[in-house]
Design a protein around this ligand. Structure first.
Ligand SMILES: [Zn+2]
Ligand SMILES: [Zn+2]
Length: 172
């Protein structure tokens, strides 16, 4: 009985058996973006990022970023995130029961938000070394917005989480 073409390890009918397949076909994940911290100790790579980004005005993000808000894009596939430098010494702060903030222990850059035990990851857009593709943005947690920052009239806002995050309790 002829073997199915998917049983072969390649299109050239070569002699390797199907047991070699996992090694031969182990593809490197596609890298879409690279990012790093201020001092350069931490470096990461990610696959595709969401094209809808969030500016989070929660009080935790204000403190963590030292700014009016933190800006994030979530990863479409959490497994596509990889530290390429400094990963063994990443700073970690559990800011709520369902989220942790990962930062550089040397320069303090806020790099990644780990949501729901790592089921969701979001990178801070300011640490990207290239440009994300952004189609839309929303300001979230505007109920705790800093009084000294004005959101433009035509911008999308949510009092707390956007609809896709309603399974979580407020973080502040
Ligand atoms: Zn650093
Ligand atoms: Zn926030």
């Amino acid at each position: 009985m002829p073997r199915d073409r998917t049983d072969r390890c390649c299109w050239y009918h070569c002699v390797y058996t199907v047991s070699f397949r996992p090694y031969i076909f182990q593809e490197e994940p596609v890298v879409n973006h690279k990012g790093s911290c201020l001092c350069g100790k931490m470096q990461y790579e990610t696959g595709e990022l969401s094209r809808d980004i969030d500016h989070c005005h929660c009080t935790f993000c204000q403190k963590a970023h030292g700014a009016a808000f933190g800006t994030y894009a979530t990863l479409r596939d959490v497994d596509s995130f990889k530290w390429t430098a400094g990963g063994d010494d990443v700073g970690r702060y559990e800011s709520s029961s369902h989220s942790a903030r990962l930062f550089c222990n040397s320069c303090g850059s806020s790099l990644v938000a780990e949501i729901d035990g790592g089921k969701m990851l979001a990178v801070t857009l300011g640490t990207l070394d290239d440009d994300p593709v952004v189609e839309s943005s929303a300001h979230i947690f505007v109920r705790s917005k800093a009084s000294w920052y004005e959101i433009g009239e035509n911008e999308k806002t949510h009092e707390e989480y956007p609809p896709q995050f309603t399974q979580f309790a407020p973080t502040d």
